[in-house]
Write a protein that binds this ligand. Structure first.
Ligand code: PXG
Length: 460
């Protein structure tokens, strides 16, 4: 058996990495000068690097390892499925048991009448599917002009051309351009953009931007609105309670499909199976990926309502699909992951144990001199670093404080991400209160060290 392991000295792995591997979202030259950290194994909530250092993984990989690392059951099921039926497609009047079982399971878990599933391999591909599916849906209803999709600035929906166009990251739009007929409204980011406004009034104001944008474009031209229940990569932006009910009202009033991008929020992250349940959203389509397999294997799914499925079926062939849509091994692994989430009541653990415990400890970090806001929902949280708590001021050199803090976290055995000067966490859902204590201790230590560094540089 060939298991690629830490078979070489770290420096040799780093040299090969620098010579041949292009990293996502990375300044390659800067990384190659530093050398990448080499992660070699993981168990539970802990990672180990090639030097034997251990880290508490406060990001569950990339927001995906919901059941934690090292679950042998998923490996066993993959091996068994590979031996029985390693591959078959579902294009030409064929199907296979794992894809049917997973589609039925997702229909059971998903809220409302979201009973139909189109499979992909990544959240990006699933969102590309959604773009084509909603446009095809409206064309099949005799409304081919309804094709604009409204999204939000600072949203993240993936990196393919379609998904990055849906996303609201200007740095991505600047590289490679955008597909047409997508527009963006401002996000419900009260800490960063709410100024002196009351948070709930601000939430309503931001939701009503959707109604204004529909009016500007003409309802007859708008296909759908897409949004993450809680923006993840955008820095864990938790909307005010007033936001989602108003968005739902507007979508209903104007006959606009609502796509909830649950790639991060799905499968327990917010303390319910789906973020849509936590926020009372009734989507027509949910995008899911990441936690669907806890990241053990690539798989994603667009889960759609009876109305959307019936609607696209009226349009004849839906000319869309990936070689690996509903891959049998990926489906088998996802099903095993869902079995574990369900039988071990991991979503209940988030709701009843881990999230309330994190909420209590995390909110206390707001007392730190560097922290302007400490917010969390379920097991996702953010710390806004600021040079002046009283005014929620931003650092002049945006992003530098976040990077200093991230480095101190790594050095202290914690993976915590920096998005600009906002520190974010989303640990595996199986994290225990004792492990949350460790996370908080390490985060506090990193904040203290960052504060000392910034003081020494005269920044705070
Ligand atoms: N939607 C959302 C809400 C996501 O968070 C995607 C779609 C795309 O999924 P794929 O599987 O194509 O990556 C994502 C992915 C970050 C980061 O830096 C977040 C993601 C991916 C990479 C980095 O927080 N989310």
């Amino acid at each position: 058996m060939t298991l690629i392991d830490n078979h070489m000295p770290t420096a040799d792995i780093q040299a090969l990495d620098a010579a041949h591997h292009l990293h996502p979202f990375t300044d390659g030259a800067a990384l190659n000068a530093l050398g990448a950290r080499v992660i070699t194994r993981a168990d539970g909530v802990m990672l180990t690097d090639s030097e034997g250092n251990e880290y508490l993984d406060g990001m569950a990989g990339l927001w995906c390892v919901n059941i934690g690392y090292g679950r042998k059951e998923l490996a066993d099921v993959a091996a068994a499925q590979m031996q029985q039926l390693p591959y078959y497609n579902t294009f030409f009047q064929t199907t296979h048991p794992p894809v049917v079982a997973l589609a039925a399971k997702l229909a059971e878990l998903a809220p409302g009448d979201l009973n139909h599933v189109f499979f992909a391999n990544s959240g990006s591909e699933a969102n590309d599917t959604n773009i084509r599916m909603v446009r095809h849906y409206w064309a099949a209803q005799g409304k081919p002009d309804k094709k604009v999709i409204i999204s939000r600035n600072n949203a993240y929906h993936g990196s393919t051309l379609g998904a990055s166009s849906l996303g609201g990251m200007s740095g991505m739009h600047a590289q490679g351009g955008m597909v047409p007929d997508i527009s963006h409204i401002d996000q419900p980011y009260w800490y960063g953009e709410g100024g002196d406004m009351d948070a709930e009034a601000f939430g309503l104001e931001r939701a009503r931007l959707l109604e204004a944008e529909i009016a500007r474009l003409g309802e007859e031209n708008v296909a759908a609105f897409i949004a993450e229940p809680v923006q993840g990569a955008g820095a864990v932006i938790i909307p005010p309670a007033s936001y989602w009910p108003e968005i739902q009202r507007i979508c209903d009033a104007h006959d606009i499909l609502l796509i909830a991008d649950e790639v991060i929020c799905g499968f327990g992250r917010t303390g319910s199976w789906f973020g849509s349940q936590t926020f009372g959203i009734r989507p027509d389509i949910m995008t899911t990926a990441k936690g669907l397999s806890s990241g053990y294997i690539p798989i994603a799914a667009s889960i759609v309502s009876d109305k959307v499925a019936d609607g696209i079926n009226k349009g004849g062939d839906f000319n869309h699909g990936y070689t690996y849509s509903g891959h049998p091994v990926a489906c088998a692994v996802a099903l095993e992951n869902l079995r574990i989430l369900e039988e071990e009541n991991i979503v209940g653990h988030v709701a009843d144990v881990a999230a309330p415990y994190l909420q209590e400890k995390w909110s206390k970090l707001a007392g730190h001199p560097l922290v302007g806001e400490a917010r969390c929902v379920g097991l996702m949280g953010a710390l806004e670093l600021t040079p002046d708590k009283s005014t929620r001021a931003k650092f002049k050199d945006g992003g530098a404080a976040g990077l200093i803090c991230r480095t101190h976290c790594f050095d202290g055995g914690l993976v915590m991400r920096a998005t600009g000067d906002t520190m974010i966490i989303a640990p595996p859902l199986v994290i225990t209160p004792a492990e949350i204590d460790t996370l908080i201790e390490r985060a506090t230590d990193a904040l203290d060290k960052t504060y000392e560094d910034l003081k020494a540089q005269g920044i705070v």
